[in-house]
Design a protein. Sequence first.
Length: 196
Amino acid sequence: MLAQVALNLTAPILLTRAALPALRGSGDGLVVNVSSGIALIGMPFYTTYAATKAGIAHFGEALRRELYGEGVHVLNVFPGATSTPMMETSKAGAEHGFDYESPEEVAAATIVGITDGSLAVIRGGETRAQMIALNRNDPAAATSSSTAASPNSSGPSPATPACNPFRRSSPSMTASLFSPYRLGQFELPSGSSWRQ
């Protein structure tokens, strides 16, 4: 769990901090944060991953506002299910919002987002888009649908490890709490702010 936090959240924040002087100095800097569609609708058994990816997305959103007018653009990318080694053990399919695409397709969409000055690139197909909208408008309904029937069950019921398509081979992905979104200037643990 802590390794995921370090990789998906702490490392990008510290790397961005280290690069900010050069990015600001260029007058045309760019930060691309690779989040995940799961940051927009948390899925069962991806709790730590969802929290870190939501965290990096909100970091990017706050950083974009913090750097407004300083010549640094911040783009958040929300890939859907991408055919990478991480997804090899997942049994979740399109009916659960997992429309798989290649890393090259995600990269091409990211380049389009960079070129046209987008604030976000959201991938994942129509089912994922519907799930994100449902989560935004009726979180309780999104919860029941994301933990509902797997391909092996007859109707809505709590997800169980034996039949849940979201179950991954690594149980270390399951223990985490999601921090609520907070506005304001991002502060590093040492107390120093981005504006030094």
